[in-house]
Design a protein around this ligand. Structure first.
Ligand code: ADP
Ligand code: MG
Length: 451
């Protein structure tokens, strides 16, 4: 009877708390006692019990009551590891699946089911990041730690991390995989501090097999969170547990991040996701179209539309996807074939903003900022190396990233002759080949400017 009541209550709980929360917090509960107005559940850790008590005890109480078992008190007690759960309930709840990460008490972020390796299109700009992620997803011995993925917005960092988590859950269900954003890490940390549960917090983060922290640049400047992150990181690396980190820039370029953390982050494999190229964008669009076709039958796309989009929307994949979604929604509403003309009308605003042209002025400003010199020195006469070199970098980038002619560029650099610009551009090309610091600077600046 007892187990039936609980089974019935759980059916309702799925609806009340949502599938994700249910799998994470309710499913692992083992009903130990239901009598005399008390429902007692066994939980795997103290942290888990506290969390469920605070967040779900009322739901559980009211659903037990609806199922015919009025209880006054819901308790959570640490289960002994060997304790068996009430057999029927367990068998019902988890057919054919052993313990998986989702069943554990890991307060990670939910994973997007669409972000898998299957749906990730590989191109030149992301092939290394993809290969490294695949390697981690095999769940074999740790070969590089951490895997540090970085790159601009919308280039697939989060997608790859979720794909790793999905794959690990499928291949190695016994592993405890925790994925969360750095912001969530901070939030949990602050909460643990406030509620004096820092030991539980530490215990929990040190007990995972794979830790993935997304957008780690977020902890920069947040001193105690950084500190805690650093200790968690070290503890896991010492135990040879895999860590995967993402950020919007390379470890060394994250401002207000402690040096020792930067150097720790650089110890593993640092991989850059480059801006997408035309082929990759086209590949992604084609894949999405396949998906939409399976949803709205009868959707017709004129030749050249995808090529047009891949050519014109170069900012990031998220914008590209958004454009396609809007286009399809519109076309299916009005029931028309998607022609080039419809595309241009429907996406006028997106196309216009992707059209935004970079100016020489913006390049000068960014470069001056990067090298910590005055903007006025960009166009001024100083010949000091510490000023002349950044000026040449700005000349080079102006030539590369804008359609301006050499004389025009010269004019904007304080009326210099076009031969001076040629000289500057050549100098940077030469140096780039032998000076890796300069090459890195250029790559960063390019990314910042093309954002
Ligand atoms: P980031 O975390 O780097 O900002 P996301 O991983 O959130 O970027 O990616 C943004 C969107 O673009 C997601 O919907 C993702 O599925 C999609 N996307 C990015 N790169 C690819 C790719 N190579 N193949 C398929 N979809 C991609
Ligand atoms: Mg992301």
């Amino acid at each position: 009877m007892t187990n039936e009541t609980w089974a019935q209550a759980r059916q309702e709980l799925i609806k009340r708390v949502g599938k994700n929360n249910y799998v994470t917090w309710i499913e692992p509960l083992k009903l130990a006692l239901l009598a005399d107005g008390v429902a007692r559940f066994e939980v795997p850790t103290i942290f888990f019990g506290d969390w469920v008590q605070r967040n779900y005890a009322d739901h559980i109480r009211s659903q037990l009551a609806s199922a015919g078992a009025a209880v006054d008190r819901v308790e959570f007690a640490l289960g002994s590891p060997a304790a068996e759960a009430p057999a029927p309930a367990k068998a019902q709840a988890r057919p054919a699946r052993s313990r998986s990460a989702a069943d554990d008490d890991l307060p990670g972020a939910p994973l997007d089911s669409r972000f898998t390796f299957d749906s990730f299109v590989v191109g030149k700009s992301n092939e290394l990041a993809h290969a490294a992620s695949r390697r981690v997803a095999e769940g074999g011995p740790v070969t590089f730690n951490p895997l540090f993925l970085y790159g601009g917005v919308g280039l697939g960092k989060t997608h790859l991390m979720h794909a790793i988590a999905h794959e690990l859950q499928a291949r190695r269900p016994e592993l405890r995989v925790l994925y969360l954003s750095a912001e969530q890490f901070m939030y949990r940390f602050v909460q643990a501090l406030r509620e004096r549960q820092i030991m539980d917090f530490k215990e929990m983060f040190r007990s995972v097999d794979v830790l993935m922290v997304d957008d780690v640049q977020f902890v920069a400047g947040k001193d105690s969170t950084q500190e805690e992150f650093f200790h968690t990181f070290n503890a896991l690396v010492d135990q040879n547990k895999q860590i995967v980190i993402s950020a919007d820039r390379a470890p060394g370029e994250i401002k207000d991040l402690e040096e020792r953390i930067k150097s720790r982050l650089q110890c593993g494999l640092v991989v850059d996701l480059h801006p997408t190229d035309y082929e990759l964008r086209l590949g992604i669009l084609q894949q999405k179209v396949e998906f939409y076709r399976s949803q709205y039958r009868g959707l017709v796309i004129a030749d050249g539309v995808l090529e047009f989009l891949a050519h014109r929307i170069t900012t990031n994949v998220r914008v590209l996807e958004g454009a396609l979604t809007r286009l399809f929604a519109f076309a299916s509403l009005v029931g028309r074939e998607i022609t080039l003309e419809l595309t241009q009308d429907c996406l006028a605003d997106i196309l216009r903003s992707s059209d935004r042209k970079l100016t020489i002025e913006e390049i000068q400003r960014k470069v001056a900022e990067h090298y910590n010199i005055r903007l006025s020195d960009m166009i001024g006469p100083k010949r000091l190396r510490s000023i002349a070199r950044p000026r040449q970098v700005a000349m080079y980038l102006s030539k590369q990233l804008t359609p301006r002619s050499l004389p025009e560029i010269g004019r904007r650099f304080g009326g210099r002759d076009h031969t001076t610009i040629i000289h500057g551009v050549r100098k940077i090309e030469e140096l780039m080949a032998i000076d890796s610091q300069l090459a890195d600077d250029l790559q960063l600046l390019r990314r910042l400017l093309q954002g």
